[in-house]
Design a protein around this ligand. Structure first.
Ligand SMILES: Cc1ncc(COP(=O)(O)O)c(C=O)c1O
Length: 251
């Protein structure tokens, strides 16, 4: 017998049907339609972040954030994570350099980062594993000292806050996964949160073929857009998220 630790949440069938009904009027099924826009705004508010770009899944969101660095080299990260973190670094042409974790929260040990920095290091990619917050202050100091970018894998850290700020405001970018197993999901889905408006432009090009106008293609982008049915699921699930978080806290 399989005993699941948890199972994917679902809104009431009628609620989801009601949410997607107008897609049969508009026939606007993907490409940043009204559901996508509404979810984007709702998540900016809920996650207390400055800006967000939605993706079809968390892994491609992470790849996009790495691609947006516009550089390849060594990226210091943790092996204590899901395979996606390391794979994203390699698939985007950089080399993962593993740093040990600290024993209490299983997040990257900031005191061990500096000894791994070389002239090839371009970024640090820590993971808020199990929603445990990395030592964002120490990591920010190291990044500033060596002029490195910081991308957080916040796949497990939905709604986590530190010093009353959304966890997605720390570092240069943070990736959230909205996979069906996560406390908040869009079936498949993900997002990058960030403070620098310029990143929005880059991420939009990466996730939508570099299309920048009806007849303008400015970048060799891929396709990693969140569709309207995913976004609609997100809008429904966000209405019940506080209950879902409370349910998962019950032991
Ligand atoms: C730590 C971590 N990083 C990245 C991912 C990839 O996210 P996704 O499954 O949405 O592609 C996951 C997914 O569970 C994860 O746990």
């Amino acid at each position: 017998m399989v005993i699941n630790v948890t199972r994917s949440s679902l809104p009431d069938f009628a609620e989801y049907i009601d949410e997607i009904k107008d897609l049969w009027d508009t026939h606007w099924l993907t490409n940043m339609g009204s559901k996508h826009k509404a979810l984007q705004q709702a998540l900016v508010d809920y996650l207390k972040v400055k800006d967000i770009t939605l993706f079809t899944n968390g892994h491609l969101a992470l790849e996009a954030a790495i691609e947006a660095l516009d550089r390849k080299g060594e990226i210091i990260t943790t092996p204590f994570t899901f395979a996606s973190t390391t794979h994203a670094i390699i698939r985007k042409g950089s080399i993962p350099i593993f740093c040990d974790i600290e024993p209490n929260h299983f997040t990257i040990d900031p005191d061990k980062i500096e000894s791994l920095i070389t002239d090839k290091t371009i970024a640090i990619l820590p993971v808020h594993v199990y929603g445990n917050v990395c030592d964002v202050d120490k990591i920010a100091k190291i990044a500033a000292k060596y002029q490195l970018k910081v991308i957080y894998d916040a796949a497990h850290a939905f709604k986590v806050e530190y010093l009353d700020q959304g966890i997605g405001t720390y570092g240069d970018a943070s990736m959230f996964s909205f996979h069906a197993t996560k406390v908040f999901h869009t079936i498949e889905g993900g997002a990058i949160t960030y403070n620098d408006k310029d990143l929005s432009f880059k991420l939009d090009n990466i996730k939508n073929h570099g299309i920048n106008g009806p007849e303008t293609v400015i970048y060799e982008g891929g396709n990693a857009k969140m569709n309207e049915f995913q976004a609609a699921m997100g809008l429904c699930n966000l209405r019940h998220i506080d209950d879902e978080i409370a349910r998962r806290k019950v032991v």
